[in-house]
Design a protein around this ligand. Structure first.
Ligand code: ADP
Length: 200
């Protein structure tokens, strides 16, 4: 199961996985952060399809096509706004991951990538959020053949390192060449404009 979970650093909009997850808001009509980046990269048709969903409840998720993204599909999950931890935020965040995984499994998506939902504008502490993400995915994969691989995307070195450390601590050893800096593939430096490159 450990080999079905991996961490990369970079921009989720560039990943060549079957489905990426968006950290959306209730309107599903786009916003800042990862939501804005996904809508920008997918093009305006994504917003048109999102409109047809008529919004999404917090803790739930909805599926759309990926349009100009490398990913064929996007699962839009709405995370909780952090209010100090006493308002059920942990359960709502776990529900986001769970719903996104259920949708991916129902469609038999092989590869799936998550950003760190709620830890940007919504203010959820990263260390706690990433543990919820890892725990929910690990539990789900124990009982499901699909998705076959889940990638956590750390946006920037700091987030990447936090995810990597939590994954090792919670689930044990890493598959050295595929993760971190010691990989066999060179970093994609110089190709990516202003966005950080994807290190897989
Ligand atoms: P939220 O409102 O759910 O907190 P944000 O978009 O503000 O959503 O942040 C969620 C996480 O997504 C943050 O850790 C942020 O650094 C990260 N993020 C922002 N842009 C991207 C991107 N292009 N790819 C991957 N992660 C991103």
């Amino acid at each position: 199961m450990r080999e079905r979970l991996k961490v990369v650093e970079g921009d989720i909009t560039r990943l060549a996985v079957e489905v990426i997850v968006n950290g959306a808001n209730n309107s599903l009509l786009g916003g800042g952060g990862v939501d804005g980046a996904i809508h920008d990269a997918a093009g305006p048709e994504l917003r048109t399809e999102c409109k047809r969903h008529g919004g999404c409840a917090t803790g739930d998720a909805k599926l759309t096509h990926g349009y100009k993204l490398r990913a064929k599909y996007v699962i839009h999950a709405v995370g909780p706004i952090w209010k100090g931890g006493g308002e059920g935020e942990a359960a709502v965040l776990a529900s986001c991951y769970q719903r996104a995984l259920e949708i991916a499994a129902a469609h038999r998506f092989k590869t799936m990538a998550f950003p760190s939902i709620s830890t940007g504008f919504y203010g959820y502490p990263l260390e706690e959020a990433c543990r919820i993400a890892i725990r929910t995915c690990a539990e789900f994969l124990k009982n499901s053949e699909w998705p076959q691989q889940v990638t956590f995307v750390g946006f920037g070195q700091h987030d990447y390192k936090v995810y990597r450390a939590a994954l090792t601590e919670m689930l044990g050893g890493t598959r050295a060449p595929m993760e971190g800096k010691g990989g066999t593939r060179p970093p994609m430096s110089g190709k990516g404009g202003t966005r950080p490159p994807v290190k897989a």
